[in-house]
Design a protein around this ligand. Structure first.
Ligand code: DX5
Ligand code: ZN
Length: 214
């Protein structure tokens, strides 16, 4: 399993120190993009990613919580994204396919995400072509929220689906992850744990180790 700390929870006055710890102990860096429209919050765009990319060799996991993901793909690719995940709720079927085609053409990994109230079957038309499915375990928009247990059934659903159809997408979970729920999430089939507040609000090395052991 992989640990993907979320940049959203960084203390930006201490970003250099926190990045160097994350670099040593984490696997991916989770980069949350919010546009104040798809979600009621604004975070960071491609220019900041470009600067971050210069400081890290970690795999860059971009999570687009924006209303028009297609329009921004190239800017995030140029900024150094390794994987780009967009929301099913933000696009129609034609646009979803267009995004997947575009990212595959550019050699960038592609993920799709669902919010807590979206039925997991909404991703069925795309699963065969996805590198990753991102199950949201909080309403997207803010760090530090409580984990919603409804995520478990969705993880089990996507895990069974990939076994049944012999697919190889990864399952990532995002929101409210800590040392209490990490073990059971991995047991259900989660491959990538995103964690912001839990990892960053304390000793980074210890907290990452706790997520791994548990
Ligand atoms: C929420 C973001 C998450 C967030 C997770 O909209 O997608 O990545 O940073 O933060 P915690 O771990 O604090 O819930
Ligand atoms: Zn996220």
């Amino acid at each position: 399993m992989k640990i993907a700390p979320s940049l959203l929870a960084f203390d930006f006055a201490n970003i250099e120190r926190q990045m160097s710890e994350i670099e040593k102990y984490a696997d991916w860096l989770h980069y949350d993009v919010m546009d104040g429209h798809f979600v009621p919050n604004i975070s960071f765009g491609p220019d900041i990613l470009k600067d971050i990319k210069k400081t890290t060799k970690l795999f860059i996991d971009v999570h687009l919580m924006i209303s028009d993901p297609y329009a921004y793909l190239d800017r995030f690719i140029e900024a150094g994204a390794d994987l780009i995940t967009f929301h099913q709720e933000a696009v129609d079927n034609e646009t979803a396919n267009k995004i997947i085609d575009h990212l595959k053409e550019k050699g960038i990994k592609v993920g799709m995400s669902i919010k807590p109230n979206t039925d997991p079957t909404a991703l069925i038309p795309y699963l065969e072509r996805l590198d990753l499915v991102l199950v949201m375990s909080v309403e997207p928009g803010f760090g530090g929220q409580s984990f919603l247990a409804s995520a478990y059934d969705k993880i089990v659903y996507y895990d069974q689906f990939r076994h049944e159809y012999d697919l190889d997408y990864l399952i990532e979970v995002d929101g409210g992850i800590n040392d209490k729920n990490a073990t059971s999430l991995v047991e259900c089939g989660t491959d990538v744990l995103v964690s912001g507040s839990y990892i960053l609000k304390g000793d980074i090395k210890t907290n990452i180790e706790r997520l791994r052991i548990k």
